[in-house]
Design a protein around this ligand. Sequence first.
Ligand code: TEU
Ligand code: CA
Length: 568
Amino acid sequence: MTKWWQKAVVYQVYPRSFQDSNGDGIGDLQGIIQRLPYIKKLGADVIWLNPIYQTSNVDGGYDISDYQMINPDFGTLDDFKELLQKAHQLGLKIMLDLVVNHTSSEHKWFIESRKSKDNPYRDFYIWRDPVAGHEPNNWGSFFSGPAWTFDKKTGQYYLHLFAKEQPDLNWANPKVRQAVFDMMNWWAAQGIDGFRMDVISMLSKPEGLPDGPKAAGALYGDGGSLVANGKHEHQYLREMNQQVLSHYNWITVGETAGVTVEEAKKYANLDGSELNMVFQFEHMGLDNNPDPRLGKWSDKKASLHDLRANLTKWQQQLAGKAWNSLYWNNHDQPRVVSRFGNDSAKYRVLSAKMLAAMLHCMQGTPYIYQGEELGMTNTHFSSLNDVVDVEARNAYHELVEEAKIISGPKLLHYFDAKSRDNARTPMQWTNQSNAGFTKGKPWMPLNPNYLQINAAAALADQNSIFYFYQKLIKLRHELEVITDGDFKLVENNENDPEVFTYTRSNQQQKLLVICNFTDLTLKRSYQIDPTAKLILQNYADAAQTAVSDQLRPYETRIYLTEKGTVND
Ligand code: TEU
Ligand code: CA
């Protein structure tokens, strides 16, 4: 039986960069309220809001100092209630971000915890004695430097997988779990419709916190690989499910860094025992640097071969067992049209549509990140001064200044390709001052291409990327096969270096999706049913029924066959 969230499309809003309503240069809840009709027009069903809570703002709100307070930059709890009510009136649901692997170091639990070894909150976090005057193990933080910070007051180190201002909660402590579940139930009482769960795969830390594997020449060991999918992980999520999730008709998605297909079958099992779906990361790692010390910092292009193999594996292996999400973009990833497409003036629109079609015809729940529907592109960093994000800034200090394994200009060039700031430039609404994002000074510089790429221009052009996404969402709502059809590559496609072609089929319908991943004109011929209808394409004059054997640069076509009208 299909669940509502299996047919839904989610639109992700990064509140700080979406719409400012009061001229302070920072996006806010009233700004989102103003833009609800825009999201409704696109056709999305759910809005996921990145963290809107009180924060020290070291990591874009992922360092929460009070889970039940709204960030005053964004508004008040009353503003949030108004947003929820107005969204619901339009038939839009609201999903919040749950960040409970860690808190801010300014959270009252941590302020208490660090006071003394016998404080009732001491065991809310993970404290260890120094070992031979050093950190308790070799783990590096995801944001550079060691994953441990020494706290003089009590002479111990605390663990933080991310920035030192983000101490990890101790999920082995039942009081921590209860406090989190109570908080979630409080938000449920406010009427929200679900949670996206930040690094939820890393709650259960390995017994004894052993050293992690260390790449040659690296400064730190990799704790992340030991922490992902830990021993008690599924027990914690099952508890959460029993105490919270099972009581509501929510949408839930786990951000499961390090998840494998086998693990995803537990997190997102269709039996509903844990979460609805996962965000898997394998396709986001295909363009990592071959040098493990540099990790994501790279300008490598993923090959179609690797991308297709990965997406196909997830399509086929979760089918009928667990549910996946579908995404190209989020607030941590560079812009997809720059990454897997072609952001030149000539091909930006064509390639953005091709990528949209490729993803949106697969099985899973699609997520659209703000501006993706406009084909917003990566930005440019000419010096470290332009770089806002903590991950990139820390990486620069560690890799360029301390370890000296890469030059500054080279790393800045990699930031152009991969920095999280690429996703966080303000939303481009118009070609007017500050792209209509703010009447004040934007908290982060706009991408100068807002003069050409903006929502007003997209809405005025029937051939825009916006309307292409709108059509894809409509197709998902109308065609059962997109939700439940079997996924198959067409014959021999697994070896095609340039074109990705797959089918989705159920008893009644069959969909054929053709995507030219290159800027070349290619020859391909496919077996097309004579009754197949071309239902979407990105060239105005694509062949109506029989497939011509020519594929133009970034051409995509979607054909639908209604079975029962033919014998097949
Ligand atoms: O990201 C978790 C995560 O796995 C990151 O390491 C992510 O891969 C990285 O940012 C990409 O470069 C989540 C949030 O989405 C991110 O914004 C937060 O900074 C992080 O958790 C800590 O809360
Ligand atoms: Ca504001």
